[in-house]
Every structure is written in C-alpha cells, then in structure tokens.
Design a protein around this ligand. Structure first.
Ligand SMILES: Cc1ncc(COP(=O)(O)O)c(C=O)c1O
Length: 481
C-alpha cells in the first residue's frame, strides 16, 4: 500500500470508526453471538486474492461488530470502565503510522523521551513526588510480575546471578489478600516464589488488608527462617474497590525490608483528582506503583503506568545488554528495554500525549468527578430502597449490591435470585453488569465510568434493576467455579 492509497483508505476507515462510535449505543451491550459464530464468518483458508477496502469494511459490519460486547456503550456497567477516548485512538494511530521500533534509545530517541515526559506528566497529575520514575508496561499484570521479580532479587541479594531461588538460604515470601487481582497470584507463581510462599493475609470488614494480620504473618515467617520479601497492596480491589491501608502496610513491611508494590490498576485514575488522594496515603513509602490509564481514564489499551523509586535496582534485575544493542550514548540515556520484560516496544506514550492534550486534563478530571457523583447517587438509591443492600463500602465508582425479595431468603436461593435478575438484564442487551462472588455468595457489581455514561443512563439502569427483580423467577443455574 502506498502512502496515497493509505490516505484514501484511511479517510474511509476513520469515517467508519466515527460512525461506529456514534451509533453503538443503539445496539445491545452484550455480544449476541454463539461460540464459533465469528470464526465461521471468516474464510477457513487464507484467500490468495487481494481484497478491496469495501470488503473489509463489510466484514467489520457483518462479522466483527455483532461479535463485540460494547464496552464503550453508555449502559455498560460491567467489569471496569475500559474507556478508549477517541483522542487517544488518534495517538494510537499516530504511533502505528510512525511505525517506530523501540529497542534502544538510538532506535527511536523520540519514543524514549516522549515516554519519559508522559510518565512524568502523569506522575505530577496524580500527585506523586519526583522520587518516582515511570515507564509504560502493557498491563498491570506485567507490572506486578516485574515488581515481584525485582522484590525477589532484593530479598535474595541478586540470587539470580548465582544459584537462583533453589539456592536461597531463606525462602522469600509474598503477602496479599484474597481480594487482590488474580494477576498477583499469577505473578508470584511465575516469579518462582511458589504457592507455599504466597500468604493470603486477612482483611477487615471493608475488604481491606489488616496490617496487624500482615505483621503477624511476617513475624511468623521470619521466625521460621523465611524472608518476607514483598507485599502487594491493592488500592481499589477488583471485586469491591477496597483500599488496602498503604501507610500501615509500608510501616510493617519496612521492619522486614520487604518490597511494597501498590496495585492501583483501576483506582489510579481517581488520583487525578486531589480529593481522592488520601485513599492511597502512604504511597510515597512504597517501592513500586502501577495503574492503568487504559481503564477508567480512557487512554486506550495497552497503557499501564509503572513507577519505581530505585531505577538502578530495576535495571540491574532486567538488563541484558547484548552487544548489538550497545551504543555510544549508553550511560546518558534511558534504555526502556531494561525496565521490563520485552525488548521491542510500541510508541505507546503518543496515546497519552494525544489524550491529555486533545481532551484536556480538566475535562478528564470533570468526568471522574461526574462518575463519582453518579455512583454515589446510585448507592444512595440502593441504600434507601426496600429489599436492596450495599454489600461493600463505595469509596469510588463501583457499587456492589444484592436484592433480597424477602428478608429470610438466603444461601443458594439468594444466589439463584441474584443470578436470575442480573441475567435478565444482561441477556436483554439493555445494560451489562458483572455478577461476582463475595464471602461465598453471589452479588452484582455495578461499575460506573464509561466515558459516555451520564446520570440519565444510571437512572435508567436503576429502573431496569428494579424492573428485573420484579420480573424474575428462580430460573438461573449457579455457574460452577
Ligand atoms: C486491581 C487490579 N489489578 C490488576 C488488574 C489487571 O489488569 P491488566 O488487565 O492491566 O493486567 C485488574 C483488572 O481488572 C485490577 O482490577
């Protein structure tokens, strides 16, 4: 494809995207396809002819769009907001169009330095001190793996350069709660700690880590000859947006020299507004922090910020420095390949640059405040309404609810009722909510924060929820684990 052909096709594709975005709210939220339906719409064998753009646009309309659960839909209240601001989409397009190769500073000085500046802008915008240096990882899962690898190496005094974990005198241990994201366990296992060295620390009634229980667990491990190596504190847990008390955790961890990683994947966006920052009080004492602008803030996937205080340690753990990548500028410049797992990186920071400059920081902050107020509005309705209950505090934009048609309905009967009413909403396509298990019982998470979700949509959702509980019978089956 020549640049001129690209120009013509690109204009049409942009028109297609704009039309798609403008009309997606007219369709259902949940993809109404059966497994295998999308793949059946594609040729089973690679075609040997050359397609016209029209054919591909037709394929998007016919095959792809029906197979999308519309997370940009204003009635999407599932999982978490996975916003994709169109300003950041333009940045993504610029990144792809430039086609830069990020394997060293020399291979793309602009890629490196725009990323440095964007991470620093984001640091300032969330009130972190200048002690932090940032990079962009693909996801919070990868960031957590990097954190636990660097924690492991600190705990073992760089054991990877000798016999690795099998040779460690004291087995390093990781601490988190049952409310942490599944990526924490995955990272601990992949980093070689082993399931036996992953402690699930008790949480309080608000689902936040109990620092006394943490202290006891660390002391018990130290007394048994193990090395408390890392705590993963979640600021905004996936299930209920619980806030682990970072300041107290930092204090406890300091007594053992343990690494503290703060996973604020979802809630980091809230730190753009100063009034929310007390929620991660103590963060300055942590060793690493991650959060995802690709969630609520809306800088399209994959944009996960990862900040550390000790860059030298990070680089020592991650650096390989083969001869073909060395340059005369080494020592003067940042080599982001030494800040994480991959060698090659995309020019991801353009997504942040375009998002911040074209939408403007203040409009993003206004949107965050709007979502907080909308969530509060819904939480108040739930609290007031007979038969409804909030099953967890609502510090941000996620509301966890149950409906009990009669006070004595409990156990599996309550589960059936919960799954029935949420299924009634989800299958209809009118809105989408996520059922989830809390304390062994199903509840429903309402995650407010899609860019196009206004108060009127939240009002419509509340009407639909009340309508659903009136209509359902106990017809849902409880899914297996
Ligand atoms: C608290 C928390 N941590 C980590 C993750 C994983 O995020 P990612 O998809 O960026 O790996 C999530 C995703 O929902 C999350 O809520």
């Amino acid at each position: 494809m020549t640049p001129d052909e690209f120009r013509r096709a690109g204009h049409r594709l942009i028109d297609w995207i704009a039309d798609y975005r403008a009309s997606l709210a007219e369709g259902p939220v949940l993809a109404a396809v059966e497994p295998g339906q999308v793949s059946a719409g594609l040729p089973a064998e690679p075609p040997s002819d050359v397609a016209e753009l029209d054919e591909l646009l037709g394929l998007l309309d016919r095959v792809v769009v029906p197979g999308l659960t519309q997370v940009q839909h204003p009635m999407h209240f599932g999982w978490f907001p996975s916003n994709a601001s169109l300003a950041s989409v333009l940045g993504d397009l610029a990144s792809s169009g430039i086609g830069s190769l990020g394997i060293s500073w020399e291979s793309s000085p602009a890629l490196t330095e725009v990323e440095e500046v964007m991470c620093d802008w984001m640091r300032q915008l969330t009130g972190l001190s200048s002690a932090w240096s940032g990079t962009i990882q693909d996801t919070a899962s990868t960031a957590c793996l990097v954190a636990l690898l660097t924690a492991r190496e600190r705990a073992t005094d760089h054991g990877q350069a000798r016999g690795g974990l099998p040779a460690a005198e004291r087995q390093p241990v990781v601490y988190t709660t049952s409310q942490a994201h599944s990526s924490v366990r995955k990272a601990a296992l992949l980093a070689g700690y082993g399931a036996d060295n992953l402690r699930v620390v008790d949480h309080d009634a608000a689902y936040a880590m109990d620092p006394v229980a943490l202290a006891e667990a660390m002391e018990a491990d130290a007394a048994a000859g193990r090395q408390p190596a890392a705590v993963v504190a979640t600021v905004g847990t996936t299930g209920t947006t619980a806030m682990d008390p970072v300041a107290a955790i930092v204090d406890v961890a300091a007594g053992h020299g343990a690494w503290v990683h703060v996973d604020a994947a979802m809630a980091g966006t809230a730190m753009l507004v100063p009034e929310c920052r007390p929620l991660w009080d103590g963060v300055e004492g942590a060793d690493s922090v991650t959060w995802n602008p690709h969630k609520w803030m809306g800088t399209i996937l994959d944009t996960s910020l990862y900040y550390v205080r000790d860059v030298e340690h990070l680089v020592r753990v991650m650096s390989t420095n083969p001869s073909y990548l060395r340059s005369t500028r080494d020592g003067e410049v940042t080599q982001y390949r030494d800040w994480g797992l991959p060698l090659g990186r995309r020019f991801r920071s353009l997504k942040l640059l375009f998002h911040l400059r074209l939408d403007g920081v203040e409009s993003i902050r206004e949107r965050v405040r709007r979502d907080l107020a909308n969530a509060r509005w819904l939480a108040d309705r739930v609290e007031e309404a007979e038969g409804w209950e909030l099953v967890a505090p609502v510090p941000l934009q996620t509301i966890c609810v149950r409906h009990r048609p009669s006070p004595d309905l409990d156990g599996e009967d309550l589960d059936r009722h919960t799954l029935a009413w949420v299924d009634d909403i989800n299958r209809s396509g009118d809105a989408y909510l996520t059922p989830s298990i809390l304390d062994d019982r199903w509840m429903v998470r309402v995650s407010v924060g899609v860019e196009s979700t206004e108060r009127s949509h939240v009002e419509r959702l509340w009407d639909r929820m009340q309508d659903a509980v009136d209509r359902v019978t106990d017809r849902a089956t409880i899914p297996g684990p």
